[in-house]
Design a protein around this ligand. Structure first.
Ligand code: NOJ
Ligand code: CA
Length: 695
């Protein structure tokens, strides 16, 4: 597998303006990626329909695919278009991320800007801006200010993606309310989102047509990897992709609302989010791609290092999912007590863990999911009587452990909007800077969906308000990530997929291929708060009918493989006691200088190496599906002339995700860049490696 080399270029910005064409009308234009491998062309046909197409090394990736919109007044952007002008430019910069999988990101593309005329009745002209990179492309529509038109009421966006074959695809259905589904692997012709996901649905779920959620990842019969997503989703509904299986056609289908005729209402001037297509010859290349983050605006929050802090965290959390304790105070099994919180702070401070989450600390949990009683039940400021919030925050400070707040809104969004200032104000008073938010249930106001324009604006308003209070947000039941973290680096992590919690209570739990699916789909979009690190794999005695379909060594690997700047140490402390493998969790950082994917196949296995931010230690994680794996990996990403003390945490020879999940070995040796790392992963297993330089 190929890897991206570390960037060795200056931090200067180069902007080269190229050709500017403004002839009466023209009917075709094209632009290629910096390397020339990817070529994007766009033209208008005899009917004036604008179509773009994409080739990789001369082979079609996207066949001619139409661009367009329909509006609520019945007008459309579709036929009768002309290209009025074309502008080409190129751009090359390297910028620094305050936290991330890598410190430096290269943003290098060629751009084609097309101005279209004779659009719809209301729109006189609009632009499409294409940016073509070596790892894929993005394009968006831009609508300038126009006399007599204040806003566009969009019934739907009709952007097509005509695939060049019946590709193998990894997908979840387009659910307007929830991403917490298991992935399916089918050919395009086999995609049946309505039929295959009719049962076993998460709590709040709205699937309206045969459409898929992005990122959706595909492999062509020639072995090319393609992934579709969007970047910079702001003030617009999420894009899902309606599937016409027989035609191998995907078409944008925006998430709607039952409260409005339009799916999006956009005041002029506005730009849509970027429609993105990642293209790679290796599966690992998709992971190492920075396309999504590159298509977002630079950091708008300035220096956030005083409050956005990558860290591991423990929580009063897993015991509730195991049903040992409860979120609610009534019933005598309340988890969030001052005493429990202090014990956990002691545990965290002894084990190099920087944060502690407490759920169920505030009044309202007695009937939090009752559809009739959700509005107004949480005020986010009143602790239960057995929880001394001020004392817990103080004790945490004394021990160097930051209390992470929890705001479950139970999807009563209007209540949260009204009370956010009070909730964040309390956090400011207590000098707390991180909150996990959650939005379980159907959205109030009734008629909105989690992924519609109204909610996209809500999620965004939380980031912006939180920034005023110097608070970082870890959102559960969020909008999917689209690289906004570059612009708003207080968007520290989010859920937006089926996480560890499903292993505690869902029938069948997460199967062994769930993580190798996630890494090549959802994780391409951005960090995920999966909450790894459960050592009590069989969940006994709490959940005898459930288990993790994983080995203990694989749980360690997740800290490297599933990138998140905040990583939970999810299990109950007693399951770490006396367990030598816990040393890996103590040691592993959450913020990285550079990252390289060493191998991988979508849905099967992946191995990722990362170097700690500001240091020279390396950490490697490797996971498999239900098959055993044997890898011999070069360590040639290590610098010349340095030796490392290696600790390898691996599945024991007879380990197995179901029959023997907790058997592991730890082996220690000294390695250099010339060494070969051998990894043997059990069925459903994994491996974790720490490499510490010897001075
Ligand atoms: C769902 C979240 O994903 C989970 O982490 C949380 O514990 C519950 N909601 C309660 O807020
Ligand atoms: Ca959830």
């Amino acid at each position: 597998m190929t890897r991206q080399a570390s960037p060795h270029f200056s931090l200067s910005t180069m902007l080269l303006l190229g050709v500017f064409n403004n002839c009466a009308t023209m009917d075709a234009a094209s632009v290629s990626s910096p390397s020339g491998d990817i070529v994007l062309s766009c033209n208008t046909d005899a009917e004036g329909i604008a179509r773009y197409e994409v080739q990789h090394k001369g082979s079609p990736v996207i066949l001619p695919s139409a661009l367009g919109f329909s509006f609520t007044d019945g007008s459309t952007i579709g036929k009768g278009l002309t290209i009025l002008s074309e502008k080409q430019s190129s751009f090359d910069e390297t910028y620094e991320l305050p936290w991330g999988e890598r410190r430096l990101v290269r943003n290098h593309y060629k751009e084609l800007e097309l101005v279209f005329g004779k659009a719809s009745d209301g729109v006189k002209s609009f632009k499409v801006r294409f940016r073509v990179y070596d790892d894929g492309l993005g394009f968006r529509y831009e609508f300038p200010e126009q006399e007599g038109v204040d806003a566009l009421e969009i019934a739907d966006e009709n952007t097509q993606f005509h695939l060049a074959g019946n590709h193998t695809s990894w997908w979840i259905p387009a659910d307007w309310d929830c991403y917490e589904h298991l992935y399916s692997q089918t050919r395009i012709e086999g995609i049946d989102a309505l039929g295959m996901y009719k049962d076993n649905r998460p709590m709040s779920s709205t699937i309206v047509e045969n459409a898929v959620c992005t990122p959706i990842t595909m492999k062509t019969d020639d072995g090319l990897l393609i992934s579709f997503h969007e970047a910079a989703l702001l003030d617009y509904p999420e894009m899902t992709l309606r599937v016409n299986p027989q035609e191998h056609m995907l078409q944008s289908s925006l998430v709607g609302s039952r409260r409005t005729e339009w799916k999006a209402r956009c005041e002029l001037p506005f730009s849509t989010p970027w429609r993105t297509i990642q293209i790679s010859e290796t599966a690992g290349g998709l992971i190492d791609s920075c396309l999504i983050i590159n298509l977002n605006e630079p950091n708008k929050l300035g220096d956030v290092s005083d409050y956005v802090r990558p860290m591991k965290y423990v929580g009063i959390w897993w015991e509730m999912h195991l049903d040992r304790n409860t979120w609610a105070y009534e019933g005598g099994r309340h988890g969030a007590t001052t005493e429990n919180a202090k014990k956990l702070i002691d545990f965290a401070s002894k084990n190099n863990i920087g944060g502690m989450l407490v759920e169920g600390w505030n009044t309202g949990w007695e009937n939090w999911i009752d559809p009739e009683a959700r509005e107004g039940i949480f005020d986010f400021t009143t602790p239960y009587p057995d929880y001394d919030l001020v004392e817990v925050a103080r004790y945490g400070k004394e021990k160097g452990v930051e209390l992470i707040m929890h705001h479950e809104t139970s999807a009563a969004i209007t209540t949260y909007i009204d009370r956010m200032d009070a909730a964040f104000g309390l956090m400011r008073d207590l000098d707390l800077h991180c909150v996990k938010t959650g939005h379980v249930g159907d959205i109030i106001p009734v008629g909105e969906y989690h992924h519609g324009q109204w909610m996209v604006n809500f999620y965004q308003s939380v980031y912006e308000k939180a920034a005023e209070y110097r608070i970082a947000i870890n959102a559960h039941e969020p909008i999917k990530p689209t690289g906004i973290r570059r612009t708003y680096p207080n968007a520290i992590s989010r859920e937006g997929a089926r996480g560890q919690e499903y292993n505690a209570w869902s029938p069948g739990s997460n199967p062994p291929d769930h993580v190798p699916n996630l890494v090549f789909t959802r994780l391409l979009a951005g960090p995920m708060d999966y909450t790894p690190g459960v050592f009590n794999i069989k969940l006994k005695p709490y959940r005898p009918d459930n288990q993790l379909n994983s080995t203990l060594a694989k749980e360690l690997a997740l800290y490297v493989v599933l990138y998140s700047p905040i990583q939970m140490v999810a299990d109950l402390p007693e399951y770490y006691e006396g367990e030598p493998a816990f040393q890996f969790i103590r040691d592993v950082p959450c913020d990285w200088e550079e990252s390289h994917t060493l191998n991988g196949e979508v849905g099967q296995y992946v191995t990722i190496a990362r170097r700690e931010r500001g240091g020279d230690a390396w950490f490697i994680g490797s996971v498999s599906d239900e098959k055993p794996r044997h890898f011999e990996l070069k360590l040639d990403f290590l610098p010349e002339g340095k030796s490392y003390r290696m600790a390898k945490y691996a599945d024991a020879e007879d380990a197995h995700w179901d029959k023997n999940p907790c058997a592991y070995t730890i082996t220690r040796s000294v390695v250099t860049r010339d060494s070969v790392l051998t990894l043997d992963l059990a069925p459903g297993g994994g491996a974790a490696v720490a490499l510490v330089p010897i001075d």
